[in-house]
Write a protein that binds this ligand. Structure first.
Ligand SMILES: [Zn+2]
Length: 358
């Protein structure tokens, strides 16, 4: 037995709706444009899967096609309306759930993308902003704190520190930063630059070197990291996440704390390959400017390489740069362009070197 109801039908052509007869069953909604239902007259059928309900004030608008060009309206308080709604929901059991799930997924994906983008943006932006905002003077102060923090756990060789400082003082290594060298008692072959002109050299590397030009190469390379602010850049990059957290938490004092915390990991900070190549190149320029044969850079690298091959370990000067052979090749090519240059003997430098090697 059909329950036939009167509704207002909008056929998509005429602006005004017309009163029609409607009944619904398990499959959909049937409409006949007549006053009395007549089985012999044409019927418009709308499947539930194309239908949707919108509430407009006290009226229910039942969209009959996906575009919503054809629809019917009925008083929302019609006694049979809940049953129609139930039919619609049952026929499209997953429609709303699906939409909801899709929306939730899209929202989640968008949120992740936006957050990841913001995170990556900030962690890149912070080093860039930091490099612009931090003056060389501030960097020197920061470097002092780093140096203190780092050296607190190391045995400083004060004699060799003095001797290597004297050695370095005969060289022009930086126009911006005073170069402060500290020699640490450690058999590891290592050296690294701290922000603001501090260079830490392990005694192991001095022991392994043969000639003064190798030390000039090392100091030239590390000074290039100083001049290029590479260590500040690395510190800011590695501290960026922590800085970001501090910024988000609006914890200004936390920002400096985070940066200082990173002092402990300075010696393991790795530079990008382009930074290393720049440090090699600029280091060799520094050698030439100081009247030192740039071949010393190649000698230094070969020495590292053979030492590393003999006793694989943590040789940070090389281990942070995987492509040692290409660096050696580059050093070789650079030296070749200076092979006809004459490099005057450096008796003062040599005697300072011999004292250091003693
Ligand atoms: Zn380096």
């Amino acid at each position: 037995m059909k329950h036939i109801h009167e509704v207002i039908f909008f056929d998509g052509r005429q602006a005004l709706g017309q009163t029609v007869l409607m009944y619904f069953n398990e499959t959909g909604i049937s409409i006949q444009q007549s006053d009395v239902w007549d089985a012999n007259r044409p019927v418009l059928f709308f499947a539930y899967s194309d239908c949707a309900v919108q509430m407009v004030a006290d009226k229910a608008h039942v969209m009959l096609n996906k575009k919503g060009t054809q629809y019917m309206t009925l008083p929302a308080n019609s006694f049979w309306f809940p049953e129609l709604q139930a039919m619609l929901n049952r026929s499209n059991p997953n429609l709303f759930a699906r939409l909801f799930r899709l929306n939730a997924f899209v929202l989640l994906a968008l949120t992740i993308i936006v957050l990841a983008g913001a995170y990556l943006g900030f962690t890149r932006l912070i080093p860039m902003a930091g490099l612009r905002l931090i003056t060389p003077e501030q960097e020197m102060k920061l470097g002092e704190q780093f140096q203190k923090a780092f050296l607190s756990g190391e045995a400083v060789d004060s004699l060799k520190t003095k001797q290597l400082q004297s050695f370095a003082s005969t060289l022009q290594l930086s126009k911006t930063y005073p170069i402060h060298i500290t020699v640490v008692k450690n058999t590891e072959l290592n050296a690294f630059a701290l922000p603001g002109g501090h260079i830490v050299v392990y005694s192991g590397i001095i022991h392994a070197m043969k000639d003064a030009d190798e030390m000039v190469a090392l100091l030239g390379h590390e000074s290039a990291h100083v001049n290029g602010r590479h260590s500040l850049r690395s510190v800011l990059r590695s501290a960026a996440t922590g800085i970001l957290v501090s910024v988000v938490l609006n914890d200004v004092s936390g920002i400096l704390a985070v940066v200082i915390d990173n002092a402990s990991m300075l010696h393991s900070l790795s530079y990008s390959r382009s930074m290393e190549e720049a440090a090699d190149e600029n280091g060799m320029q520094t050698m030439v400017q100081n009247g030192i044969n740039p071949l010393g850079m190649k000698k230094l690298m070969l020495h590292f390489k053979s030492a590393e091959a003999a006793m694989p370990g943590n040789y940070s000067f090389l281990s942070s740069h995987p492509d040692t052979d290409s660096r050696i090749k580059h050093a070789d090519q650079f030296a070749a362009t200076h092979k006809n240059s004459s490099f005057a003997p450096k008796p003062v430098l040599d005697s300072l070197w011999l004292r250091l090697k003693d």
